[in-house]
Structure formats: C-alpha cells, structure tokens
Write a protein that binds this ligand. Structure first.
Ligand code: ATP
Ligand code: MG
Length: 564
C-alpha cells in the first residue's frame, strides 16, 4: 500500500486494460446481444474528487469505446447524508470532464421494485425481520475464523415478517427498532453472506421521495438490483467491493428470470500521495474551515482542481497514464502535476509576471521613451501568434534575479556582469541602492543599443536571460501560491488522525502587489498563462478588474522531488 508508483502504464499505453479485455471477450462471445451498458453511481453526499474521475473515465470510456451507453445513477439510499446541492455539481463535473450520460436514474426510482423484491424474498423464506439491536446482531456475526450464530428471529413465521416489514415502513416504529435480513448462511466463509441487513428504518425525509418511505434498502440490496433493472452489462467499481460480489450475485440469482445478468468488476481505487481522497474526510476539512470550501484550489475535488487551473484534458491524461489494475497502490502527486504542465505547455501564452518585484533603472536609456518589443506568445504553438511588450527606462524584475555579491556561477544580475532582458536588450549591471537597513531598493544597469533581440548584431553570448515588466505598463495583482495540503505521504492512514497536525502550514501563501505586464489586465477568471521562468497561473474567480487575483496552478519545475 505504501509503495509509490511514479509512472505506470506509460509504456504499454496501447494495450487494453483488463476491463477492456473483458468487454472485448464478452462481445466476441456474443454476450448480452452485443450490448455494452455501464453506469456511474455516485452517492450524492459530497463533491466528486480526482478518484471519481478515475471511475468516470472507465465507466463512460468503456461505453464510448464500444458504442454502448453509460447512465448516471445517483445512489441515494441514505437520505441522512444526501443533498441536491451535490447532485447538481456531480452533473456539472461529468460534463466538464467531457462525458455524456445516457439517462439519469436514482436508486430511489426503484424503491417500489426493491420493496416488492424484498417481499418476494420474505415469501420465499429468504428474508426475515430481526428485532435485535445492531450491537446484538454484530455480536452474532462471528469472525473470519469462527462461524456466526443464528438470530433467535431467524425462523419466525413468514406471515409475521411480512407484517413487521409493513410496520417498518409505517412510521410508527423508531429507527433501529428492527431490520430486514436476508436468510443466507451464518457460517458462510464470506462475512457479507452471513444474513446481511437489507432494510433499515430512517425517518429523515428523502430528497427525491420525500416522506413516502420509512424503510430504506441498504447499498448492497440496491446496487446490483438497480444494475439489473436498468440492463447494465458491466458494473465497474473499486476493489473494496470485491468481497461484496458473492452477495451481489446471490441477489441477482434470486431476481433474474432470463439469461441476462449484470456482472461486477473491480479495479484499484486511486490513492495519491500527500492527498486525502474521501468525501467524508474532505467534508470534515470544509466543515472545520481548514479550507475555504469544496472548491478551495488545494482540494482534490474536481471543482477545486478546476479552480486551481487543471484542465479536463490533463485529468483524463493522468488517468490514462496510471491505468487500471487489480492491486491497490499509491500514485505520486508529481504525476498529476506533470500532466497539467504538459497540457498547459502547449496551450498557454508566455507572459511576464513579477512575484517579488524590485526596480531596475536602465540609466543610459532615454527618459520618456517607449519601445514596443515583439515576443512570441507560445514557442510550442506558432498559431498563437506574437504580441508587443512595452520597454521603458524603469522596469520591475524579480528580487531574486539580482545579487550584490554573487558566486561565479550566478548567471543573473550582479555588478559588472551582463544578462539579456528577455525579448529586449543585453544590459550590464552597475550596482544598486540600499535603504538604511541594507535592503536593496533599486538596481542600476546600462543597456547596449546594438543588442536588441532579433537584430543581426545580437549574436553576443550571455549566459542568463531574465524577465521584466515596464513600470508604467504594469498592473498590480494578488498571487496565491499553493502547495500540497498535507505534510505526510499517506494522510488517510496516518497514525495521528487529527487533521490540524497533518496539514501543511505553507499550503497557501498570498502575495500582494505582484507586477504583471498590462496584457493581463483584461484576463478573465479561468484564463491560464505561463508566467515565464516561474510557473502556470490562472485567474481566480475572486478576481476583478480592480483587483486581479491569480492562482499558481503548478510551478514550472517540481521542487519537491529535488528536495527529497
Ligand atoms: P468516498 O469514499 O470518497 O465517499 P465513495 O466510494 O463512497 O467515495 P461514491 O459516490 O459511492 O463514492 O462512488 C462513486 C463511484 O466512484 C464508485 O464506483 C466508486 O467505486 C468510485 N470511486 C470512489 N472513490 C474512488 C477512488 N479513489 N478511485 C477510483 N474510484 C473511486
Ligand atoms: Mg460510497
């Protein structure tokens, strides 16, 4: 579980994953009349996360690839935790990733059919009402090495169970008063087959069915049957459901009256280093105000990743790379970051953004003169064209691009040495001015008019190139620098489960008064750019024309791998 995979399916990208291989075999054998039908079954109890993206890509991907259909099914069997707010965001997320569902269903659409099926099981003496408490039932469960013991209610008359089942749904009984259990085998080696609970009483109104029902089916009693009612052929889920499969099949055995049967297949869930992937735990982060909301750009939710600047393509490419297997593992967060870098590299314009500005005065450049410098928007994509950037006597550069006493290998600005100003001139540094505390406040240099970028004489070799912004042509911006949210590699399994101690205190740094070239002043929320020599940034939804706000999606280089 702790072994981190750095890359995975990259080298055999073209071969089929094991699920595709199963589908192709079924098609070749003419199963299901050549039909392929899948479903994506989220429980609407939170926002979707990057793990769900992995499930979405296989559920919808299989349907797309084999001319089938993938339906969206809200697995809404537990009204206590569910909400319509989540339903809407789940739909938006799926569309955003670029997938289309066939129909929208709800497990609750089948509450009547499930009820009828439960009644059928009781009549066939395959289910009974148990009035014991949850604790008593748990005690009789046995262990993996010891069989369970039968409930004293196991052999109660069928008529009595039918009556009590009606009562469970009447609203007259308190929650927990009784449950309906399938009568299978208390000695079964698979614990899930030891008379599992299939119905319980819940009084909370349901967001789809209101107060119609008081007795609700358990997940295991709903999932496979919904698959069957809808005609699902391949029911794909994560590995932890592997042990539920015999029960899934047992219910289908009782239900199916034709050749057709849905089959469940399990793949490894996504675990990412330094990331918590669980709706329940993410909800805790939100509720305890440890993040600003579900769409906090540090969250692994799809709304969070989108706000951070991740594209649907980058997420789909990432999922493609990690692949689908039958064993659990941990994926390096660096791989996700690599995917977004790769995508934004081809899509974004290179711009100048100075995060920690210091003034540079070109002492021999005429006062009041403005020159427009040509620059290529994206060297990876000629069709993105060129633009002009204003050059003047007063510029902003990054503070870290100047050093007064620099070592020999420092190829940036230091007295007596030359650097090129990107798309402009070669300059020679003359020195700096400091305040009373010894802080550098201004840097001075002279430019060589013969070295303008693109001029034939400009062939002179200088080791370093730095970026800059003209002071009178700059705009202010707030920049939000994000880092991983957790300090430990596997926060979900950390010994200390107290979130506060696991969180990275430096996961968000807000920097005000950054200086950007004025080309960015009309940038709209969601627009992405490469701040050259620095990283990829996008405009946050908090941004306004008077107060630009940028998120750092990802730095240009992975600084963590180096630090390890
Ligand atoms: P969580 O534990 O985060 O609440 P869940 O499994 O309860 O997740 P559901 O809404 O029930 O969430 O899941 C919908 C589908 O997404 C299921 O098929 C589930 O197996 C899949 N899924 C959930 N988490 C992951 C993950 N980390 N990696 C891959 N698939 C996942
Ligand atoms: Mg779930």
């Amino acid at each position: 579980m702790n072994k981190v995979e750095h890359t995975n399916a990259d080298n055999n990208k073209k071969s089929l994953n094991f699920i595709e291989a199963i589908v192709e075999k079924d098609l070749a054998e003419g199963k299901n009349d050549g039909r392929v039908q899948t479903r994506f079954p989220p429980e609407p109890n939170g926002y979707l996360h990057i793990g769900h993206a992995k499930a979405i890509c296989i559920d919808f991907g299989i349907a797309e690839r084999y001319n089938g259909v993938c339906n969206l099914r809200f697995d809404d069997t537990n009204p206590i935790k569910e909400d319509v707010e989540y339903v809407e965001s789940i739909k938006e997320n799926i569309k955003w990733l670029g997938f289309e569902w066939g129909e929208i269903y709800h497990a609750s659409d089948y509450f009547q059919q499930l009820w009828d099926f439960a009644v059928q099981l009781i009549k066939e003496d395959k289910a009974y009402i148990d009035e014991q408490s949850a604790e008593e039932i748990a005690k009789q469960k046995g262990t993996t090495s010891k069989p369970g013991t039968n409930s004293p209610h196991r052999d109660r008359p069928i008529e009595e169970s039918l009556e009590l089942f009606e009562k469970m749904n009447s609203g007259d009984l308190p929650e927990g008063a009784m449950v309906l259990r399938a009568k299978i085998d208390m000695a079964a080696s698979n614990m899930h087959m030891r008379d599992p609970i299939i119905y319980r009483i819940i009084h909370t109104p349901h967001h789809q069915t209101g107060t119609t029902w008081k007795a609700y089916p358990m997940y295991d009693f709903a999932h496979g049957q919904c698959d069957y009612f809808e005609g699902v052929t391949h029911s794909i889920c994560t590995l932890e459901f592997d042990v539920h499969r015999p029960l899934y099949d047992w219910f289908i055995d009782q239900l199916a009256d034709s050749e057709y049967r849905p089959h469940q297949y399990e793949f490894n869930r996504l675990n990412l280093t330094y990331t918590m992937i669980s709706k329940r735990r993410l909800l805790e982060l939100v509720q305890n105000n440890l993040v600003s909301g579900w769409d906090d750009p540090r969250m692994p939710t799809l709304v969070g990743l989108k706000r951070r600047g991740y594209t649907p393509e980058s997420i789909r490419n990432f999922v493609d790379r990690i692949g689908y297997t039958k064993y659990d593992g941990m994926i390096d967060l660096a791989l996700l970051e690599h995917s977004i870098r790769e995508d934004l590299n081809t899509k974004t314009a290179r711009v100048s953004g100075i995060i920690d500005p210091i003034k540079l005065i070109i002492t021999n450049y005429p006062d009041g003169k403005t020159e427009m410098m040509q620059t290529i928007n994206n060297p990876e994509d000629e069709s993105m064209g060129t633009r002009e950037i204003a050059f003047t006597k007063e510029l902003y550069i990054e503070r870290e691009d100047f050093m007064e006493d620099a070592p020999k290998k420092y190829f940036r600005l230091t007295p007596g040495r030359e650097v090129r100003l990107k798309s402009a001139y070669i300059i020679n540094c003359a020195g700096c001015k400091k305040d009373d505390n010894g802080n550098v406040v201004e840097v001075y240099a002279e430019y060589d008019a013969q070295t303008k970028s693109g001029m034939p004489e400009s062939g002179r070799k200088v080791k370093g190139t730095i970026h800059w912004v003209s002071v009178p042509h700059s705009v202010n911006a707030e920049v939000r620098l994000y880092d991983r949210l957790f300090t430990v590699e596997d926060p979900a399994n950390a010994k200390d489960q107290n979130f506060k101690d696991l969180l990275n205190p430096d996961s968000l740094k807000i920097i005000k008064n950054c200086k950007l070239e004025d080309y960015l002043k009309n940038a709209q929320p969601g627009d992405s750019f490469q701040f050259q020599r620095n990283g990829y940034y996008n405009v946050d939804i908090d941004s306004t024309p008077d107060n630009l706000v940028f998120n750092r999606t990802v730095p240009l280089r992975d600084s963590w791998t180096k630090n390890k």
